[in-house]
Design a protein around this ligand. Structure first.
Ligand SMILES: [Zn+2]
Length: 213
């Protein structure tokens, strides 16, 4: 009904709501990213260092599978590792359906969590810490846009974008070179790591009748 009140009334209502947030529907919601409880149970007592790209990808694909079975989002997961030692620093799950948010892709979630952890929007701000993003499926158009600003130095992918499109997901309008466009921005790209295993999870989601968007 905002169209029927004056702008000054609207702002005065918003300012009232700031004093009494629980009672006033005029206050806008806060948006917070909270990983589901199952993730912490899964991580408990697990080794947090992954010495090879395959081990890092295996962990991420397992997260994507658990995201389906726990019904907390789409068949996509990601994680950021310290590139040399392979220490897990930030996980990401697709939470589009569970958060009612089209931007909550696994890559975005992992980047946002690590930026809060280190207290810096630039993950490349400390030259002694180099981060790599491992993602179960190649980044979509939105994530391809977000990655260069994050300070991530390497991106490692399982399934290809066309594998996600094959089951109906919309990858958006990507640059002509697709994921390889990141290399023009100084980011190393590694593709097809355990691609078949990642595809298996995509198909599992499709067969379970999961929502496609
Ligand atoms: Zn995306």
């Amino acid at each position: 009904m905002l169209g029927f009140i004056s702008l000054s009334t609207y702002y005065s209502k918003l300012s009232e709501s700031a004093k009494n947030p629980k009672k006033d529907p005029m206050k806008y919601p806060e948006v917070a990213i909270k990983l589901p409880d199952w993730f912490y149970e899964f991580l408990e007592n697990r080794e947090k260092t992954f010495t090879s790209l395959e081990k890092r990808m295996k962990f991420v694909i397992e997260l994507s599978r658990l995201n389906i079975t726990n019904q907390t989002g789409g068949p996509f997961a990601a994680a950021i590792f310290e590139i040399n030692e392979g220490v897990l620093v930030s996980p990401g799950l697709n939470m589009v359906t569970s958060m009612n948010s089209s931007i909550m892709h696994a890559e975005i979630v992992a980047i946002a969590i690590l930026q809060q952890l280190i207290g810096n929007y630039n993950l490349g701000s400390d030259p002694s810490k180099v981060y790599e993003l491992v993602t179960s499926t190649e980044p979509c158009a939105m994530c391809l846009g977000a990655i260069p600003w994050s300070g991530i130095r390497r991106v490692v992918c399982g399934a290809r974008g066309e594998d996600a499109e094959q089951i109906g997901f919309d990858e958006g309008h990507k640059p002509a070179k697709g994921i390889l466009s990141l290399e023009q921005q100084g980011i190393t790209v590694v593709r097809d790591v355990l691609r078949d295993d990642a595809i298996t999870v995509l198909k599992q989601y499709q067969q379970s009748g999961g929502e496609i968007y």
